[in-house]
Design a protein around this ligand. Structure first.
Ligand code: NAD
Ligand code: ZN
Length: 257
């Protein structure tokens, strides 16, 4: 298989998907770069240059200095609020519609799988639909709060108790949402095939899920620009753009309907 072409790899991926009952996708920031949202590793995004992620993007950092957190996420917030699903998100939505995809487990907070119209999604790292007061836990719809912050630059506060509002994204040092995590673990155990897309598989504990699926009998297909630590476990490894690869896969699957 050393000289396999991209289209041969795609055909093998399609055959595996057709042959299995329970395919689950596991996605990371790389599936959204084609929608203009930088991943952790884009060297020119500037997102992580000059900051210590463990400080600015941790719950401790947030509580100590919410203004620094909000100032740091401002550009990413604007981009995310404006982003549209790309061909990779749309292909996964088509696969679910065709009955060829049980669920998506995602590390992304950008809500693009929802916007693409997938129904069964486990958002391991939260999302930007809501924000919660860190003092009295009142929940607010996030969009108006974030738009106001982007306009005036002031840290959003709870209208009830003046506590700081935190978008419902999971920061370093926070627990993963238990129901999402359990749902994702169940889906991973049930899967006989996992499609890993756009994740470096370096952020724990989310990156355990492809390993869990593999240990409990699933085959893996990995679609990622760079090699990942799980490549050696996978049946098919495709180092190419997710939009191109997934739309080719969905097109093939659709042909046989
Ligand atoms: P990561 O940034 O660690 O890795 C992304 C991987 O995707 C890289 O290996 C890269 O080579 C690959 N990639 C980039 N563009 C691609 C493309 N078009 N097609 C295929 N592969 C592509 O991402 P991660 O593993 O998800 O970990 C990042 C963490 O940061 C997560 O916890 C996530 O919650 C958070 N995050 C989320 C977003 C988002 O919601 N869109 C964006 C940035 C970071
Ligand atoms: Zn409050």
């Amino acid at each position: 298989m050393i000289h396999e072409t991209l289209s041969q790899k795609i055909s093998r991926a399609v055959s595996l998907i057709r042959a299995t009952q329970h395919t689950v996708a596991f996605t990371g920031a790389g599936i959204s770069t084609e929608s203009g949202i930088p991943d952790f590793r884009s060297p020119d995004s500037g997102l992580w240059s000059g900051v210590d992620p463990m400080t600015v993007a941790s719950i401790f950092g947030f509580k100590r200095n919410p203004q620094a957190f909000y100032d740091w996420v401002a550009p990413l917030t604007r981009t995310t609020l404006d982003a549209q699903p790309n061909n990779a998100h749309l292909a996964l939505a088509k696969m679910e519609m065709l009955g060829q995809l049980d669920a998506i487990i995602t590390q992304n907070i950008d809500m693009l799988h929802t916007r693409a119209n997938n129904k069964k999604i486990f958002e391991l790292h939260g999302h930007m639909r809501e924000a919660t007061c860190i003092n009295c836990f009142t929940v607010y719809p996030a969009e108006p709060i974030l738009e106001k912050f982007l306009a005036d630059g002031e840290v959003p506060l709870c209208s009830g108790c003046s506590g700081v509002l935190k978008p419902n994204v999971i920061l370093f040092g926070e627990q993963l949402p238990i129901r999402e995590l359990q749902g994702a673990q169940d889906a991973a155990r049930k899967a006989d095939l996992m499609l890993v897309v756009g994740s470096s598989l370096e952020v724990e504990p989310a990156s355990e899920l492809p390993r869990l699926a593999y240990r409990t009998g699933a085959k893996l297909i990995i679609i990622n620009l760079e090699p990942t630590p799980a490549d050696k476990m996978a049946e098919v490894v495709i180092h190419a753009h997710a939009g191109e690869v997934l739309s080719a896969i969905a097109r093939e699957l659709e042909k046989t309907e």
